[in-house]
Design a protein around this ligand. Structure first.
Ligand code: PLP
Length: 436
């Protein structure tokens, strides 16, 4: 029997044949816009498949045509990406936003209703609320903590339940780490699906993926990534990806071909290089994040931590989702400082090693202020309701030695003048962290 290797063992070789590239062990960068056909008949056959002009014959593969349609660097990368999520097929994009917007445009049409989770990444929130309405697409939001019945009833109250076409969620949510139940969202999709029309569930898995959470296993139809974050992992490339079944990714790729928002061969090559160390990096980042969270819990300048690792059984549904869906606590920590913007800015301005920058998932630790940076575009009322306040700071934990990260955070926290508050360690939350 053939051994089923783990994805991390296959990231150096899967889907690439050295004999097709002069024996090169590594996949070269195929900097070419177009590919030569052996015969006119072959060119005709490739185009018939690319444009869906006829059914694919058994065993027939789409040949290389033109780099807006396909390119070896993108195809090998897409095949490797499918392994983590056990998806049938993948499509890579020039950014996470282009992966998200292509999915939204492909699966929604004028008059349709989109069910979306709140909060979403600022760019997704902007596209859905400010751009999709121009195309007469209606939206109904929900947030963590709402029951299935409540969400179904809210969809019905719009009077457009029969127009529901797509559910788009982000879990854990940025920046609050709120967890959403993927299985429950799939049940909502099934509730509104009919034999004529299937409602799909798309999950932005950027915060936990592709190593720490596998949405397809929990019922998602499409998994989306900003590959700029953990997949790229070195803060040196912008890219995106979408994974799912052959049937759905075929639709996504067709729109990608005509929007022309595929990634470049150079980006494909960079991401393949990144994938070789993905597991190593993410393992270290999750380990470090647990250590940093443990430190923050004990610090008197810190009021509240938003991190899956500090959930306990008392948190009910959130804790259960954490146990069921997430393989680690992730590498993103948000926390409220005692005070407001002033205290948050003193902290951010005092960091010496950790850079003050947006983005996340890279090898270096980063810190930012969601209310005035990544989430400044959000409706202030929504921000307040979702606890994205002036006192919140968000950290992306890197691969540095965790004691150095903590040293930097501690010296910056100590710059905030403290009113002699006693050091209060929440032992219950500490115990929760030690379990994982
Ligand atoms: C960064 C990010 C995006 C957008 O990705 P880009 O690569 O910047 O276009 C989408 N979703 C989440 C959760 C993100 O963090």
């Amino acid at each position: 029997m053939k051994r089923k290797m783990k994805p991390e063992s296959l990231m150096m070789s899967y889907g690439y044949k050295p004999e097709l590239s002069e024996g090169a062990v590594k996949c070269p960068i195929f900097m070419t816009s177009t590919f030569a056909f052996k015969t006119a008949e072959e060119g005709k056959a490739f185009f018939e498949l690319a444009y869906g002009l006829r059914e694919q014959n058994k065993g027939e593969k789409l040949g290389l045509i033109y780099s807006r349609i396909n390119n070896p660097d993108l195809e090998v990368l897409e095949n490797r990406l499918t392994l983590w999520d056990e998806a049938e097929e993948g499509a890579v994009f020039e950014s996470g936003m282009s992966a998200i917007t292509t999915v939204l445009l492909e699966f929604l049409k004028p008059g349709d209703l989109l069910l979306m989770s709140h909060p979403l990444y600022g760019g997704s929130d902007h596209f859905i609320k400010k751009i999709l309405p121009k195309y007469k697409i209606n939206i109904v939001p929900f947030k963590a903590g709402q029951s299935k019945e409540e969400i179904i009833s809210n969809v019905e109250k719009t009077g457009l339940a029969d127009k529901l076409a797509l559910i788009f969620i982000e879990t854990p949510a940025n920046p609050t780490n709120d967890l959403l139940d993927i299985r429950c969202c799939k049940e909502i999709a099934e509730h509104f699906s009919t034999p004529e029309k299937e409602i799909y569930l798309a999950v932005d898995n950027t915060y936990m993926g592709p190593v720490w959470q596998h949405p397809i296993r929990h019922g998602a139809d499409l998994v989306i990534y900003s590959a700029t974050k953990y997949i790229g992992g070195h803060s040196d490339v912008i890219a995106g990806a979408c994974l799912g079944s052959h049937e759905l990714i075929k639709r996504v790729k067709e729109l990608r071909t005509f929007l022309g928002n595929m990634a470049s061969p150079n980006t494909g090559w960079l991401l393949m290089r990144s994938l070789e160390t993905l597991k190593l990096r993410m393992d270290t980042q999750a380990y470090n994040a647990d250590k940093v969270a443990e430190f923050l819990i004990g610090h008197p300048a810190v009021e509240k931590i938003y991190f899956p690792g500090t959930l306990t059984e008392k948190d009910g549904e959130q804790y259960k989702i954490r146990q069921r869906q997430c393989l680690t606590n992730g590498g993103m920590i948000s926390f409220d400082l005692k005070g407001g913007e002033k205290e948050a800015f003193i902290f951010l301005n005092s960091l010496k090693h950790i850079k003050l920058a947006v983005s996340l998932g890279g090898t270096e630790s980063l810190a930012e202020h969601p209310a005035t940076m990544t989430h400044s575009d959000m409706d202030p009322a929504d921000r307040k309701e979702l606890s994205v306040t002036e006192k919140m700071v968000r950290l992306s934990i890197g691969v540095e030695n965790y004691e150095d990260i903590i040293y930097d955070i501690e010296q910056a926290l100590n710059k905030i003048s403290l009113k002699n508050e006693p050091l209060k360690i929440n032992s219950e939350h500490k115990a929760a962290l030690n379990l994982v």
